[in-house]
Design a protein around this ligand. Sequence first.
Ligand SMILES: Cc1cc2nc3c(=O)[nH]c(=O)nc-3n(C[C@H](O)[C@H](O)[C@H](O)COP(=O)(O)OP(=O)(O)OC[C@H]3O[C@@H](n4cnc5c(N)ncnc54)[C@H](O)[C@@H]3O)c2cc1C
Length: 393
Amino acid sequence: MQPLSHYPFIIIGAGPVGMLTALLLKQQNQSVLLLEARAADSNLNDQRTLALSYHSIQTFRQAGVYLPDEMLTFIRQVHVSRQHHFGRVLMSAQDIGLPYLGATIDYVRLLQACEKALQKNNVPVQWQTTVEQVQSTTHWASAQCFYQQRRHNLTAQWLILAEGGELAAGLPNIKVHTHDYRQLALVNTLKFEAGNHAIAYERFTENGPLALLPYRNDFRLVWTCTHEEALQRELWNVAEFNQQLQSVMGDRLGHLEQMGKPATFPLKLRQLNQVYSQRVICIGNAAQTMHPVAAQGLNLGVRDAEMLSATFGKTDKISLNDSSLAGKYARIRAYDARAVVGFTHILVQLFDHAHSGLAYGQSMGMSILGSVPVLKHKFTRQLVFGVTPHPDI
Ligand SMILES: Cc1cc2nc3c(=O)[nH]c(=O)nc-3n(C[C@H](O)[C@H](O)[C@H](O)COP(=O)(O)OP(=O)(O)OC[C@H]3O[C@@H](n4cnc5c(N)ncnc54)[C@H](O)[C@@H]3O)c2cc1C
């Protein structure tokens, strides 16, 4: 074992949320060490495309991440509808006075942009370091990690878990709740005759929700399905895919002309009863992992990063010892996180039962949301900026 090394903040996981948090804390002159299992600039084979909200894009940019317009495909409208039922919602950037609601970017490109920003801003990162275990006392926390073939112990005043989810289990006062949807997200790039016109489609079908996100001149498909359906759909050729999609989407997009290589991701809900234990705080997917149907996972993580840096950033060395800071952070974040995770889970559950007696109520709900401007305005703003707690919280 090496001698202990101590830091004010150690962040575990250089995913988008961990990197953003490190950048925001560094901007406020806090001393941070980031630990990441993969190598720097590694060749990741992750085919995820993310829809980032307008607010998330501004937050990455303000943290120093270079995301020029050319790197993004803008979403100006979101069209939500249900197969075989009346009722739809059309949300547009114009309705809430923004130039766009959000934009898509590949997960890997976002990681690369964040990595460059870390380098440029001299944020220390220890790559190829796998944290195996974390522990906490009331005054400090420790991370046992595997680095250069040896085990090391690092300690910190605050240990931030942004590693996506395994390390928190077992910490005092933390209980992990998981729900396996027994479904996969099938993703692929699709080129339709009609182009995307900066419109994202969210369609609740009899066989699960389907999202088509503008992606360059094409769309990125995220289609929820069972394992068996995924195996079938991966084998469809363009003509078969076209036929199936037409039956689900109608002919609003014209013919499917080309498609890319499919990839699948397992879908789980994972939530903690509380996001901190003494000196350890969980953010991003480590705090909550959800179904991608509403494209909210990373957007929620961005707001975690923002609030963490707002709570800890301006704190001097002595005040950093104040152990009540974790509870303060958790209280502020709880409202938004619970609302978004709950909303997403309910959405999946409700529309999963396509033939149930709820169908009429669901369509009615969508009609009301779509036709009452004040409701639609509020809902659209919440998707972009998050759910703000009552001022007394
Ligand atoms: C198909 C799909 C589509 C999605 N679409 C959207 C979308 O449109 N919009 C949206 O907002 N969200 C979306 N999401 C969710 C989004 O991908 C996640 O919320 C986001 O990636 C979480 O970021 P993170 O930094 O918290 O964690 P991650 O991205 O999981 O990063 C965690 C990092 O920690 C590292 N790590 C893990 N364990 C250790 C360890 N023990 N020691 C050291 N390092 C470790 C990993 O190598 C990784 O780099 C989607 C998810 C899926 C699956």
